[in-house]
Design a protein around this ligand. Structure first.
Ligand SMILES: [Cu+2]
Length: 146
């Protein structure tokens, strides 16, 4: 009798839990942080390393957060002594590879924060991958580095 109960419980548990994990993107996010900005600033920048744990290449196709009106993928390019930013629609990551968003290179551009975010605040961001999966990450706001 006890065995049946446990088996039933296991079945119910897997039924309820597996769809959540099945939809989670097979990526690992490391060293994520958002650079603190002055209160008047309408844009902020986030950095992180994203690792593709899978056997196939994937793309990061979208990033969203309730804390910002929109998030774009940018890269700072230096040309003829001038720095400018280009925007990407998606960010490819090779199988078992990684992509680094870091100062002076690729970054997440975060538009119109809903409030003044200070060092120590935590922002939830949702990343969507080309296989239609998502991963929610918690990104701390930290003092700007120069
Ligand atoms: Cu930018």
């Amino acid at each position: 009798m006890k065995k049946i109960t446990l088996a039933t419980l296991a079945l119910l548990t897997s039924t309820f839990i597996s769809p959540i994990f099945a939809n989670e993107a097979n990526i690992t996010v490391e060293d994520a942080w958002i650079s603190e900005a002055p209160p008047v600033s309408k844009v902020m920048v986030a950095y992180m390393t994203i690792i593709n744990n899978g056997d196939k290449p994937i793309e990061i196709t979208n990033a969203g957060s309730y804390t910002y009106s929109s998030i774009e993928f940018h890269e700072t390019i230096h040309e003829d002594g001038m720095a400018r930013m280009i925007r990407y629609g998606e960010i490819p990551i090779p199988a078992h590879g990684k992509v680094q968003f870091k100062r002076g290179g690729k970054h997440f551009m975060l538009f119109n924060p809903t409030k003044h975010l200070k060092a120590g605040d935590i922002v939830k961001m949702k990343l969507t991958t080309s296989d239609k999966k998502t991963k929610v990450i918690s990104v701390p706001v930290e003092k700007a580095q120069y």
